[in-house]
Design a protein around this ligand. Structure first.
Ligand code: SF4
Ligand code: SF4
Ligand code: SF4
Length: 335
């Protein structure tokens, strides 16, 4: 375990920006510095293994000064945009600037980055003027998503997160899962559908299970005035441990579609008419019974839906095998 792991396990708070528990330690931001007795300089607690008998101080005046200086250096090249930034209220840089009293940077930069915001895909915007180069998106894409689509390009002051040859995300291998967006601690990556839909403190978080497939990923719905404005994965919860795919994260609009079926429909001639569930189920049962009576059990077959939960698929095969007496049962995801 690292010093940070031990501290967190024992309820000792150490601030971090580049650290994420699902990722390998990185030691980029240095805000997690602590004093270790006998060490010449403060060390990054996220990268240094804890040892028996080690004496560590996490909140000395020297450590507080170091953390404040780090925040001020980050702010020296950061837009003063908190008033209208989508991340305000949920931004780690903003939180630490407040905590360490970094109101104005002592390191005013003669030059500030002025990148154009990249709006090159349907789901999220990249504004690298707000990027603090923590590498969480890069490492999430490589270590969690396994796609390695983005990395740091250039050197020194020009370092920036980039796709290969700085092409648009759509032209890259990006699968638009948005896991990088969720891991960004500041406002550099923003879900398009949540822009100006509400502040983080106005949202109610509702836990649910993704409706798209049988994996059953755990989600937080960020809800304002009864409307979903963002979806994120639940960290430390099985089976997805915070990850989502493009459908689970961005495909929630269907629930507001006017075309959504709300009642069963029964075909009569060329048209459909609305029916109650009892009527529709009785009709289905009668038709199945009639077919089995006329042609035998193997004349019917069932395909269960990939959006169903495992238990429903299990019950469906049980119905076909034990009640209808046929093994003609399959699942649409089995290709
Ligand atoms: S990213 Fe954070 S610090 Fe930067 S403008 Fe947005 S809220 Fe403020
Ligand atoms: S959306 Fe997913 S695949 Fe694309 S860069 Fe982000 S983490 Fe990688
Ligand atoms: S875009 Fe966000 S997650 Fe990626 S390096 Fe910049 S600040 Fe970190």
């Amino acid at each position: 375990m690292t010093i940070l792991d031990v501290a967190r396990k024992n309820g000792v708070r150490i601030p971090t920006l580049c650290h994420e528990s699902a990722l390998e330690p990185y030691g980029a931001c240095r805000i997690c510095v602590v004093e270790v007795e006998g060490a010449r300089a403060p060390v990054a607690s996220c990268c240094v293994p804890a040892a028996q008998g080690m004496a560590v101080r996490t909140e000395t005046p020297r450590i507080q000064r170091a953390r404040r200086a780090i925040i001020e250096l980050l702010l020296s090249d950061h837009p003063e945009d908190c008033l209208s930034c989508e991340k305000a209220g949920a931004c780690s840089l903003q939180e630490y600037a407040y905590e360490f009293g970094a109101r104005k940077s002592r390191y005013p930069s003669a030059e500030k980055h002025n990148y154009a915001a990249l709006d090159d895909n349907p789901f999220y915007v990249r504004d690298y003027n707000k990027c603090i180069l923590c590498g969480r998106c890069v490492r999430t894409c490589a270590e969690v998503q396994g796609d390695c689509v983005i990395d740091f390009a250039h050197r020194g002051y020009d370092t920036a997160v980039s796709t290969p040859i700085n092409r648009g995300l759509i032209e890259s291998q990006c699968v638009l899962c948005g896991n990088c967006v969720q891991s960004c601690p500041v406002g550099a990556l923003t879900e398009k559908k949540s822009i100006r839909m509400g502040r983080s403190w106005e949202m109610e978080k509702v836990r649910t299970t993704c409706p798209y497939c049988g994996v059953g990923c755990q989600q937080w719905l960020h809800v304002k005035d009864g409307k979903i404005v963002k979806v994120t994965g639940v960290k430390n919860a099985e089976p997805n441990r915070g990850r989502l795919c493009v459908k689970g994260r961005f495909g929630y609009d269907f629930i507001y579609s006017e075309e959504r079926l709300k009642t069963p429909l029964i075909r009569e001639g060329d048209a459909f008419r609305e029916a109650t569930w009892d009527e529709a189920l009785d009709l289905t049962a009668d038709k199945i019974k009639e077919i089995i009576k006329k042609h035998g059990p193997d004349a019917v077959a069932g395909v269960s839906c990939a959006r169903s939960i495992n238990e429903d698929s299990y019950n469906m095969q049980k119905l076909f095998r034990s009640v209808f007496k046929t093994n003609n049962i399959d699942h649409c995801a089995r290709v």
